[in-house]
Design a protein around this ligand. Sequence first.
Ligand SMILES: [Zn+2]
Length: 126
Amino acid sequence: MQGSCHCGNVIIDVSTKVNLATSCNCSLCHRYGAIWGYFEMAQVNVAHRSASVQSYKHGDEYLDFHHCTRCGCITHYTPTEKAESTRMAVNLRMFDKTVLQGVEVRYFDGADTWEFKAQSADRYFI
Ligand SMILES: [Zn+2]
């Protein structure tokens, strides 16, 4: 499946279907409003056209959060070298709405307990 940022500069191709995603309320994800689908880096191809992609790290700096420098959409995150991981996440909001309709969204309390919470999906408009 293929998604893109709002302006079409960043194109994301994912080779596998995703069934499960996470909405997190940590200080960063809360602001981004992203819904993360998780993949191995080999399953995802990210390309960009004329405008660049910029990244942001915070806290322990295990993750690079990437956004389009033209439209500002948060498109994906990748592990930094420090993380020694091959797992990455793609913001499923960059895909057609029908992709999210087939996905179970779990709510992760990254702000406090670091546990998944049972929470009615209608509290969020997906
Ligand atoms: Zn863009």
